[in-house]
Design a protein around this ligand. Structure first.
Ligand code: SF4
Length: 296
């Protein structure tokens, strides 16, 4: 059984920078992260072990016990940052520059009188940050949501996407929007980030070569779920796991080529553990098959 790693996988620079900032010795036991820094259980557990507190969001303001607070890589609305400062906190901003690019793009579209439309998940912390300072906006996540555009007070729409969306999905929704009779003018900036694109392209290439894909990442990680989705679309068996302990040997029976990929918040050590465990399974299966061959 051959085992291959996707050519681009795992932690992106935005997540790495955010984790490194949170781990700085200056913060020890005096830092609360507002919202999940990354959508990865192992990373959050290791932050907690280092004395870092985590709260879900701005609604948990009264639960923050530290002076210093950190905004996550997913970014936040200016209103939220101001509320934290007003509550007496020192705010450290770990927002990824590629998320901030989306904030700036939307702001500039609004200044040009485009009605803001975000393609993404309304409940995702990144989308909440993007729309958090806007007076009016529409979030769409699928074709049914397109009907929302009919209620907009204009026919000029400025469209961006959550950074971790799937490329084909976004392109398809923008095409459909352009065709709608309630739409006259569309400004679209594709704000899917490069690390997300690289991982989607790499998983697609690898999916063409393998008969099983192991996708590693948090169950609540949007971009990891998209990697599984790409495999589903290619009709390649895929299993989404968070850790090596979840590997099931039965998945590997009669498989010739196994691929491994990981979302942008999956730490390198977790990928290495899974890779090593799969190589071990491959070796044991090879030994078993040789023993059976010799016995017959
Ligand atoms: S997934 Fe993209 S936008 Fe999000 S933190 Fe990583 S590089 Fe930044």
């Amino acid at each position: 059984m051959k085992v291959s790693l996707a050519s681009a996988l795992g932690t992106c620079f935005g997540v790495k920078d955010a984790i490194n900032l949170a781990m700085e010795p200056q913060f020890k036991s005096d830092l609360t992260i507002v919202g999940q820094l990354v959508h990865n259980r192992q990373v959050n557990e290791s932050l907690k072990r280092n004395g870092v507190d985590l709260v879900n969001g701005i609604d948990d303001l009264d639960k923050i016990k530290t002076k210093k607070v950190m905004i996550t890589a997913h970014g936040a609305a200016e209103k939220m940052k101001e509320a934290l400062v007003e509550a007496g906190h020192i705010v450290y901003d770990a927002s990824c520059p590629l998320v901030m690019r989306v904030h700036k793009t939307v702001k500039s579209m609004v200044e040009q009188n485009y009605f803001p439309v975000v393609i993404g998940q309304e409940e995702h912390v990144e989308v909440k940050g993007i729309v958090g300072d806007l007076d009016d906006y529409i979030v769409i996540n699928n074709e049914e949501d397109l009907e929302k555009l009919r209620a907009a007070p204009t026919k000029r729409f400025g469209i961006v996407s959550q950074t971790t969306q799937q490329m084909e999905k976004v392109e398809n929704l923008v095409r459909k929007i352009r065709e709608m009779d309630c739409v006259e003018d569309v400004a679209f900036v594709n704000t899917i980030c490069q690390p997300t694109r690289d991982r989607q392209i790499a998983v697609r290439d690898l999916a063409d070569q393998v008969d099983l894909m192991i996708v590693i990442g948090g169950y609540n990680s949007s971009n990891t779920k998209k990697l599984v989705q790409v495999c589903d679309e290619k009709d390649v068996e895929a299993h989404h796991i968070e850790a090596a302990t979840q590997l099931d040997r039965s998945w590997f029976t009669n498989k010739k080529h196994v691929g491994i990929t990981a979302g942008t918040s999956t730490p390198e050590y977790v990928i290495n553990e899974v890779h090593t465990a799969i190589l071990k399974i491959a070796q044991e299966m090879e030994e078993m098959s040789q023993a059976t061959h010799q016995a017959s």
